[in-house]
Structures are given as structure tokens and as C-alpha cells.
Design a protein around this ligand. Structure first.
Ligand code: 13P
Length: 252
């Protein structure tokens, strides 16, 4: 059965001290309050990963990065490779977040390379997809998301695709306080699972975790997470507060 995953995307927030406090609060609350079939993941800025990995080593909370290079190594000033992330014990990597697509020009084809290199290095990609408002307004969201998935993921073998986590994040819901309704989320998640079924078959599709992201918070988490095809959340703002983040995971 597919995993339930609640992943926090800290984005470019928290100093090291603040990040350590948040991490230790999450670890302690998770230990006392959470069912053990919900996987928590903290996706932190690169610079904190090594420190936080030491803190998470004995916990059930996993560690994620927010990006990696599409190159293996070499003269790429300022970049971080998948092998480096793997070497310090990172488990997951967010790829294709809409902020990276928009502000850093990441394309579906570049993301296909990043997915490959992440998998080669034993990282689990959390592959983000999602449509902007103008596409939603003309009801083009399914074709838009399907193209993102097809171009970045459908070159993978069955075995490799089986390792992917997908996060559907409608851009109009990110950081806006506007969430997709549970009907809108379920409709898109079911469409994504159908697309995966058609390409990779039912078993792989049923085992793929598809997370929802976009203004998820304790007040709306239960409704979203109760949808049949919503297997967890990718949380931005609410992951910066330990109580809110763990409360979202408790909504299961
Ligand atoms: P918010 O939860 O702040 O809307 O952000 C969602 C997101 O972008 C997670 O990757």
C-alpha cells in the first residue's frame, strides 16, 4: 500500500538555530502523538541539512532537500549535487517546485534530468506539478499537469517510477491562503493516478503516493487528506510552526 507522507517545505526560511528548535519540537511531538504509518519529512535549506541530519538520525522523521543539480559534478558554481545530498544522509528531494520553475526557469526536460540523477543517487524525488490560475480558469488543468508528468517522468522504467512521489500543487493555492476544494484535489489526484495506470499499470499507480500542496493547514487538512487519492501533503507556511505541522499529520 502507498505511504502517507506529510512533508514540510521550509523554502528559504529559518536560521540554523531556528531550524534546530523547529526540528526538535517536531521530532518530540511526532514521537508522542503520531501514528507510525505517517511518514514526516522535513525539506530544509541546503545549508542546514548536515546539522539536522544528525538530529534526525535516531528518529522516524526523514530529511529532504528542496532541489539538486542536474549535473553529476564539476564546474557549476553554487550548485549542489544529488551525490552530495546522498553522502550526508538526505532521503528525499523536492524537484520542480513551481517557484523553481517560475524564478529559475526550470523546464520539464531539465527536471527529467534532475529526476534521473536523484534516483541514481538513491534519493526519493518529490516531483511537483500544478497549473497557474489562468489555466484553471479555462479548465485546462488536467492537460497541463499531464504534460508536466509525461515530459519529466514517463521516460522512467517501472522500477524507477515506483520510487517517485508526486505532489500536486496548484500555483494559485500556494502561499495565497486559497486551498483547492477537496473535490478539486480529488479530481486532479484521480486523473494523475489514471494517467499513471495507463502508462505503468494498476499496481504501480496504486502504490504511488500523490501529495497535495497549497495552503494546507490544520483547519483544512482533515477534509483534504480524507480524499481517496490524496496520500499526504506538501506543506509550506504551516510547516514553519511545529504545532501546525504535526497537527496536519494528526488529521489522518
Ligand atoms: P503553502 O503551504 O505556504 O501554500 O506552500 C505550499 C508549497 O509550496 C509547498 O511546497
Amino acid at each position: 500500500m502507498r505511504k502517507k507522507i506529510i512533508a514540510g517545505n521550509w523554502k528559504m526560511n529559518k536560521t540554523l538555530e531556528e531550524g534546530k528548535i523547529l526540528t526538535s519540537e517536531v521530532v518530540n511531538m511526532a514521537k508522542d502523538e503520531l501514528r507510525d504509518d505517517v511518514q514526516l519529512v522535513l525539506c530544509t535549506p541546503f545549508i542546514h541539512l548536515s546539522n539536522l541530519q544528525t538530529m534526525l538520525a535516531d528518529s522516524t522523521v526523514a530529511l529532504g532537500a528542496q532541489n539538486c543539480s542536474n549535473h553529476a559534478s564539476g564546474a557549476y558554481t553554487g550548485e549542489t549535487s544529488a551525490a552530495m545530498l546522498q553522502s550526508i544522509g538526505v532521503d528525499y528531494v523536492i524537484l520542480g517546485h513551481s517557484e523553481r520553475r517560475e524564478y529559475f526557469g526550470e523546464t520539464d526536460f531539465l527536471l527529467a534530468e534532475k529526476v534521473d540523477i536523484a534516483l541514481e543517487n538513491g534519493l526519493i524525488p518529490i516531483f511537483c506539478c500544478g497549473e497557474p490560475l489562468e489555466i484553471r480558469e479555462r479548465d485546462g488543468q488536467q492537460a497541463y499537469v499531464q504534460q508536466q508528468i509525461e515530459e519529466s517522468l514517463f521516460h522512467l522504467s517501472d522500477e524507477k517510477f515506483g520510487k517517485i512521489v508526486i505532489a500536486y500543487e496548484p500555483i494559485w493555492a500556494i502561499g495565497t491562503g486559497k486551498t483547492a476544494s477537496s473535490d478539486q484535489a480529488q479530481e486532479m489526484h484521480a486523473a494523475i493516478r489514471k494517467q499513471i495506470t495507463e502508462k505503468y499499470g494498476e499496481e504501480i499507480a496504486n502504490n504511488t503516493s500523490i501529495l497535495y500542496g497549497g495552503s494546507m493547514k490544520p483547519a483544512n487538512a482533515e477534509e483534504l487528506l480524507s480524499c481517496m487519492d490524496v496520500d499526504g501533503g506538501l506543506i509550506g507556511g504551516a510547516s514553519l510552526k511545529s504545532r501546525d505541522f504535526v497537527d496536519i499529520a494528526k488529521s489522518y
